[in-house]
Design a binder for this molecule. Structure first.
Ligand code: SF4
Ligand code: ZN
Length: 299
């Protein structure tokens, strides 16, 4: 197969784009997808101060590298969850990456903050991933606001977003559908959140890392068995295999045609958050979820 752009030998075939690319043209293709996402959804500008959530996995590192190459003002934030089997490895990948590409890096240690995930897991009765996700969202948001970042960027890709949409549609969860999209505006107590990789799949991001020479980590979390949306991703992969391009058309169709209806409903039914009595984080109850976990742990 020949590269669609330059006719050299292609190394990556992308049926969903009806195209194939050689390594340099693939990097160009990936960059265009990210630029298109930023422009089409008005995610941010070169004046923004962007905090990038860095887990150490391929998506977050690809995102940081691409934004840095495009000239955006970025800083990385890594949350060290204090899970012995995976956290030191993940942190190592992020540290080496930031040193190599000269990206400023901040680290928040859950151990020092009284919320090491293994202890949280011991104490709670709910699935640990939902609580871990809540803690991470809390600290990413708090760090962005406390340090004057105007945007918080995460490495969610097309597979993540399409699977989340699929799951929300299946339950007709109007509130979640109203909130779904690659950009959530800044609101009182919440930083603006964006997902610039929403046009690229997991496969495309992995290829980008491979071709760009990004050393990303795979240190599976020991609690990841019940990770969200895996089942929906499998179904969507099968659909994509039979009908290339389905995922992006499903997701972009929602953005252009479906989202508005749910956004209205969400506003009508929405409960205005008030500050947590312990930490001031926006919450619909007196004490926010993270402070309640902290109380539970006695920290
Ligand atoms: Fe946290 Fe679950 Fe992810 Fe592990 S798999 S890091 S517990 S969200
Ligand atoms: Zn609180």
């Amino acid at each position: 197969m020949k590269c669609t752009r330059c006719k050299e030998k292609a190394v990556v075939a992308l049926p969903s784009h009806n195209a194939g690319f050689c390594p340099p043209c693939y990097l160009k293709f990936f960059q265009r997808q990210v630029e298109k996402a930023i422009k089409a959804q008005k995610l941010f500008t070169f004046d923004d101060k962007i905090l990038v959530a860095l887990s150490g996995g391929k998506d977050s590192l690809a995102l940081a590298k691409q934004l840095k190459d495009l000239g955006y003002d970025i800083t990385g934030l890594h949350i060290d969850l204090a899970i012995p089997e995976s956290s030191p490895i993940a942190r190592g990948y992020v540290e080496r990456f930031c040193t190599m590409y000269d990206i400023e890096m901040h680290v928040l240690e859950m151990d020092a903050l009284g919320l090491p995930i293994p202890r949280v897991k011991e104490k709670i009765r709910r699935p640990v991933c939902s609580v871990c996700g809540k803690i991470k969202r809390y600290y990413f948001n708090k760090h962005a606001l406390d340090h004057g970042f105007t945007v918080l960027a995460t490495g969610h890709n097309l597979d993540d977003e399409a699977a989340r949409l699929f799951s929300n549609v299946f339950r007709w969860d109007a509130a979640y559908l109203g909130d779904q999209g690659p950009a959530l505006p800044a609101e009182k107590g919440f930083a603006r959140k964006v997902k610039p990789l929403f046009r690229v799949s997991e496969f495309e991001t992995a290829n980008y890392c491979f071709i760009a020479g990004i050393d990303y980590g795979f240190a599976p979390c020991p609690y990841s068995k019940g990770a969200s949306f895996t089942f929906y991703k499998t179904i969507l992969d099968e659909l994509e295999h039979k009908q290339p391009g389905r995922k992006i058309s499903f997701y972009e169709g929602f953005l252009s045609k479906g989202r508005k209806a749910f956004a209205r409903q969400d506003q009508d039914e929405g409960v205005l958050p008030t500050p947590c009595s312990q930490c001031s984080y926006p919450t619909s109850e007196d004490v926010c979820g993270v402070c309640r976990i902290r109380q539970n742990l006695g920290t």
